[in-house]
Design a protein around this ligand. Structure first.
Ligand code: PMP
Length: 457
C-alpha cells in the first residue's frame, strides 16, 4: 500500500465546507459574536479565544464533566478541557460543593486558613517536596521560580529548551533558528512590546541533547534549567531514555537548579512526571488544573533550596521582593486546592484517565495505520498528541517541522462539527475522569471518517 497524498486543494475544500457548516448551525454564537465585537478587542475577553480557526467564536452555554453544550444547543465531548485547566473534568463535584460552601465565608484576607495546612500536606505527600508557595497562574509561578533561582544562585542566566512554553514569562521566549542550526538564539519575533534582548540572560538548546546542555552549563553562569519533563507545547516531545537523569546530573555538577514545570505533564500520573523519576527536581511548578480549573498555581522546593531562599530573603534589604501577587493563596483558592488534591485528583482518577487515554491513543494509531499515513501518536499518561511525522519527534525543531496549520484546522473543524473538541494550535487530546468509552468511540469514528475524506482524491 502506498502512502496516500493529501492534496492542499482537498484540505482547503474540507476546511471551507466545514467552516460554512459551522456557521450555519450556530446562529446564536454568531449573534453573540456581533454583540461582543462591540465591547472586546478582537471580540473576545482574551484575544486567544479568537484563535480557534472557527468563523465566529464558539460560545459555551454550560460545561460538566467531559462534556459541554454550546449556546445553539450542540453537545460536545471535550478533549481539550480548557487546554488542561479542566483535566479533572468541568466543575468536578467535590470542588463545586466546596465552592458553594465557601462562597459565604470570605474570599481573600491576605492571611492563611486551615485549608492551607491541608493543601500543604497534600502537595508534599504528592510530589515529595517539603516546601511550597502559591501563585495565581502557572505563568506567575514560573516567573517567581526564575526570580528565586537567580536570587539564590546569584547567577543571571537561565537555560530553556527550544520550542518550550511556560506561560507569558518573558525570559523563556528565546528560539533556535530551525533553518540554520549554527545561528545564535534569537528573541521570539512575535512577542509584542518586548524591548529587551532576551538572549542576554536566556540561552536555549534542543531537548534531548545532553551534550549541548553540558556545554552550556559548564560555564556555571546558569541559575536554573527550566523545563517541562516532556515538551507539550510544540506538539509533544518525550524525554529520551536517561535524558532527564543526565540532566539532573549535569545540573548537580554545575550547581544549577533543575526546575520541572509540571503544568501539563501532571497528565503523566499522580505526581506528574516527577513521580516517574527516581530523582527529584529542585523545584516543581504546577498550575491550571491543580485547583480544579480555578486560578491557582503552586511551586515546591527541596529543603536545601528552601533554606537558600530563606537566606536570600533575610539578607535582602527590607522592601518588595518582586515575588508574589495580592490574591495568591487566597482563602477561596486554598479551600479549592485542598479539595481538588484530596478528593478529585486521586490515584484512582489517574488510573482511569490514563486507561482511557491508552484506548484513545491505541485507536488513533490504528486508524492512522489503516490509512497508511506517515503520522504518529505520542502519549504521556492522560494526554496524547497526533503529529504529522512518522515517528515521535525528538526535539522542538522536529516537532515544529511536523506542524501543518492548514491541515490541523481542517481536522479540528471536522471534529468540532461532529461533537468532538480538541486543542487548537496543535493536536493535543486530553481525557478527564468523566471521559467515557462512548466519547472515545465517537472520537475515533469521526477521526476515521475525516481521514477517509482527506485521503480520497
Ligand atoms: N507552563 C506550561 C507548561 C504551560 O503549558 C502553560 C500554559 N499553556 C503555562 C505554564 C502557563 O499557564 P497559564 O497560562 O495558566 O499561566
Amino acid at each position: 500500500m502506498t502512502t496516500p497524498t493529501i492534496s492542499r486543494d482537498r484540505i482547503k475544500a474540507i476546511a471551507q465546507r466545514e467552516a460554512a457548516a459551522f456557521l450555519s448551525a450556530r446562529p446564536r454564537s454568531a449573534e453573540l459574536a456581533e454583540q461582543t465585537e462591540q465591547h472586546y478587542l478582537f471580540g473576545v475577553p482574551l484575544h486567544w479565544m479568537a484563535d480557534w480557526g472557527t468563523p465566529v467564536p464558539l460560545f459555551v452555554e454550560r460545561a460538566q464533566g467531559a462534556h459541554f453544550t454550546d449556546v445553539d444547543g450542540h453537545q460536545y465531548a471535550d478533549f481539550c478541557l480548557g487546554d488542561t485547566g479542566a483535566m479533572f473534568g468541568h466543575s468536578p463535584l467535590p470542588v463545586a460543593k466546596k465552592l458553594a460552601e465557601a462562597a459565604f465565608t470570605g474570599y481573600t484576607a491576605m492571611l492563611p486558613t486551615a485549608d492551607a495546612a491541608q493543601a500543604g500536606h497534600a502537595l508534599t505527600e504528592r510530589f515529595g517536596l517539603p516546601f511550597w508557595q502559591l501563585a495565581t497562574t502557572a505563568t506567575d509561578a514560573n516567573r517567581f521560580v526564575v526570580r528565586w533561582a537567580r536570587a539564590i544562585t546569584k547567577r543571571k542566566k537561565i537555560l530553556v529548551f527550544n520550542g518550550c512554553y511556560h506561560g507569558t514569562i518573558d525570559d523563556v521566549f528565546v528560539d533556535l533558528d530551525a533553518n540554520n542550526p549554527s545561528a545564535p538564539p534569537a528573541t521570539r519575533a512575535s512577542l509584542l512590546g518586548q524591548v529587551y534582548d532576551l538572549t542576554q540572560f536566556t540561552d536555549v538548546v534542543e531537548f534531548n541533547d545532553i551534550k549541548a546542555v553540558r556545554a552550556k552549563l559548564a560555564s556555571k553562569e546558569f541559575a536554573c534549567v527550566l523545563t517541562e519533563p516532556a515538551l507539550t507545547n510544540c506538539g509533544m516531545v518525550l524525554p529520551a531514555d536517561g535524558f532527564l537523569a543526565d540532566l539532573r546530573n549535569a545540573c548537580d555538577e554545575t550547581d544549577t537548579l533543575l526546575v520541572f514545570d509540571e503544568t501539563h505533564t501532571i497528565s503523566a500520573g499522580y505526581a506528574g512526571y516527577t513521580g516517574l523519576c527516581d530523582f527529584k527536581p529542585d523545584m516543581v511548578v504546577a498550575g491550571k488544573a491543580i485547583a480544579g480549573g480555578l486560578p491557582c498555581a503552586v511551586y515546591g522546593m527541596s529543603a536545601v533550596i528552601a533554606q537558600r531562599m530563606r537566606e536570600a530573603k533575610e539578607s535582602a534589604p527590607p522592601g518588595h521582593s518582586g515575588i508574589g501577587t495580592t490574591l495568591s493563596g487566597n482563602m477561596l483558592t486554598m479551600a479549592l486546592l485542598a479539595t481538588n488534591l484530596t478528593e478529585v485528583a486521586t490515584p484512582k482518577a489517574f488510573e482511569h484517565i490514563i486507561n482511557q487515554q491508552n484506548k484513545l491513543s491505541t485507536g488513533l494509531r490504528s486508524i492512522i495505520k489503516q490509512h497508511n499515513l506517515p503520522w504518529s501518536v505520542t502519549q504521556l499518561g492522560a494526554r496524547s498528541e497526533f503529529q504529522f511525522c512518522p515517528t515521535s519527534p525528538k526535539n522542538g525543531s522536529e516537532a515544529e517541522a511536523a506542524m501543518d496549520a492548514e491541515l490541523e484546522q481542517a481536522i479540528h473543524l471536522y471534529l468540532l462539527n461532529r461533537g468532538i473538541m480538541i486543542t487548537p494550535f496543535h493536536n493535543m487530546t486530553l481525557v478527564c475522569p468523566d471521559t467515557r468509552d462512548e466519547d472515545i468511540e465517537h472520537f475515533l469514528n469521526v477521526f476515521n471518517e475525516c481521514l477517509t475524506e482527506l485521503v480520497t482524491n
